[in-house]
Ligand binder design. Structure first.
Ligand code: FMN
Length: 148
């Protein structure tokens, strides 16, 4: 059993649905889940974890979601060296490839700088996640569960 913290931003609710599904699947595998909205979270609210999942959609031509970005900026001094981390990024295929799901790249770059241990490929979704919650999203969460 691992202690998993998920911190997400979600302007329109898609990323929230994805994170809730990931939390549900991991919870059913007996992991302990802390699901935090970036809007209501400060770095000091983030307790101990075995695995950290940061999740943000992409807005404004390749930017993080506003509240997630605020949290992310305040989290820049976090010590993630050797910590197990993973990423969820959302976007939309209609955006230019330079901006497409850029949120996932920003988070992955952060982990690299922090020398975190990225344990699985990012979950990237460039369409409405609703038809994919029980498929793509649940599968990713199960794969993650098998790695921890
Ligand atoms: C104003 C606006 C800007 C967006 N910019 C991008 C973008 O630059 N790149 C991208 O891949 N998706 C972009 N998107 C698509 C969103 O990331 C996508 O709809 C996502 O599912 C929204 O997640 P949320 O409901 O959790 O906020 C944009 C959407 C809106 C409404």
């Amino acid at each position: 059993m691992s202690n998993i913290t998920i911190i997400y931003g979600s302007g329109g609710g898609n990323t929230e649905l994805v994170c809730e599904k990931v939390a549900e699947v991991l919870g059913a595998k007996n992991h302990k889940i802390t699901l935090l909205k970036a809007k209501l979270t400060k770095p000091e609210d983030v307790g101990d974890f075995d695995v950290l999942i940061l999740a943000s959609p992409t807005y404004g031509h390749g930017q993080l979601e506003t509240y997630f970005e605020k949290f992310f900026m305040s989290f820049q001094n976090a010590d993630l060296k050797g910590k197990k981390c993973c990423t969820i990024g959302l976007g939309d295929m209609k955006y230019d490839s330079d901006y497409l799901i850029e949120s996932a790249n920003i988070i992955e770059e952060f982990y690299k700088e922090k020398e975190a241990e990225v344990i699985i490929r990012p979950l990237k979704i460039a369409k409405s996640p609703i038809p994919h919650l029980d498929g793509l999203v649940a599968k990713w969460a199960e794969e993650l569960s098998n790695l921890i």
